[in-house]
Design a protein around this ligand. Structure first.
Ligand SMILES: [Fe+2]
Ligand SMILES: [Fe+2]
Length: 201
């Protein structure tokens, strides 16, 4: 099963589709909370605020989409309302752990510098993934005539990737080497997550 086939299988099953939306909502929410948690006490830019606000909106928007499938599905983020619950829950945290370890070992960063660099790399890798995942999902939604729609998220995620690139280029001349490493960590976590999702069938 490739990723699009997996999504088509999820979308064709109303209960799984509701849990998929809830799972994406959880992951967006985790991302939003991580961005806010990594904020410096005073050094907070408009880009960072915009980004946190939009990720929170994605979590809310995805949760709202569930009502188009069933009015009482998935009221919370409890395990039974998610797909691949443990992999989905720890995905971002694991990526953060890998990236922080890498940054400590290669750049010797600590404190606020480590927090900010981890925010840049983790978020960059997630944005690369989001720019791949949401369009495939939207294709499946279009092909099946679903009422669910994630077009507004796709638009904002494209903006995020551009904003992360601007911030990464300011951060380091070697940004590409570090960004590639983050994407490598993310790819292995993604593969693991997809396998866990496949186990739902
Ligand atoms: Fe998002
Ligand atoms: Fe984003």
């Amino acid at each position: 099963m490739n990723f699009k086939e997996l999504l088509a299988a999820i979308v064709s099953d109303k209960d799984k589709h509701a849990r998929w939306l809830n799972t994406l909502s959880l992951m967006e929410n985790t991302g939003a909370r991580k961005i806010s948690a990594s904020e410096h006490k005073t050094d907070v830019t408009l880009i960072i605020l915009k980004h946190a606000a939009e990720e929170h909106r994605h979590a809310y928007y995805l949760k709202k989409q569930i009502a188009k499938l069933s009015t009482d599905a998935c009221p919370t983020y409890a395990d039974q309302y998610l797909l691949a619950n443990s992999d989905s829950r720890y995905y971002l945290n694991m990526l953060d752990v890998f990236v922080c370890k890498y940054l400590k070992n290669t750049l010797n960063l600590s404190g606020n510098d480590l927090k900010f660099a981890a925010y840049l790399l983790v978020t960059y890798a997630i944005e690369v993934r989001a720019d791949e995942l949401y369009p495939v999902y939207q294709d499946v939604l279009d092909q099946t005539g679903s009422k669910v729609n994630v077009k507004s998220i796709i638009l904002e995620e494209e903006g995020h990737l551009e904003e992360m690139l601007v911030q990464l280029k300011n951060f380091s001349a070697d940004w590409q080497i570090h960004a590639e490493k983050a994407v490598e960590f993310e790819s292995s976590l993604f593969d693991q997550w997809v396998k866990a999702l496949e186990k739902e069938f």
